[in-house]
Design a protein around this ligand. Structure first.
Ligand code: SF4
Length: 149
């Protein structure tokens, strides 16, 4: 089992804060990657990391009366449906999976799953943000955002 040093807030820190946010008018919550427990594995992709992320979201959801969303390492419509079915969140966001293929959802729903450009989860688009040569981020599998040679 991996042990991570605590470097920020964790889900249980929000037990008393979320009711205060709700009283102040908060309409919804979205959780995402890079909470304390996952900081050192930011771009990792494993069942263990997903379990940590989804477990934290489920804890936050237990404190909340407003809808809670989840985003983090969600690679497919099927996985998003599973997250909803498991009661982890009320809605699901995807970023890299949709950057890799802007039509991922349409292709899935129209039976063209075999035509999807699947994200490699290599994190190269993250690194582009810090490359002084680049004005934007690029993708390894989406020809629309092909990385310059
Ligand atoms: S650059 Fe890599 S990690 Fe980023 S969206 Fe494209 S395939 Fe996924």
């Amino acid at each position: 089992m991996t042990t991570w040093a605590r470097q920020g807030t964790i889900a249980s820190d929000f037990e008393h804060l979320i009711p205060l946010y709700e009283q102040a008018g908060m309409d919804l919550i979205e959780t995402s990657i890079c909470v304390a427990d996952t900081f050192s594995v930011l771009t990792g992709d494993s069942p263990e990391v997903s379990a940590v992320l989804q477990g934290a979201t489920k804890t936050i959801k237990s404190y909340s009366t407003v809808p809670v969303g989840f985003a983090g390492l969600v690679r497919s419509v099927e996985q998003a449906e599973e997250i909803l079915a498991n009661g982890v969140a009320d809605f699901v966001g995807m970023a890299r999976a949709l950057f890799a293929d802007n039509d991922l959802i349409t292709k899935t729903l129209s039976g063209k799953r075999d035509q999807i450009n699947w994200c490699l989860w290599d994190g190269k688009c993250f690194k582009d943000k810090y490359n002084p040569r680049y004005q934007r981020v690029y993708c390894c599998v989406n020809p629309k955002y092909k990385r310059p040679e």
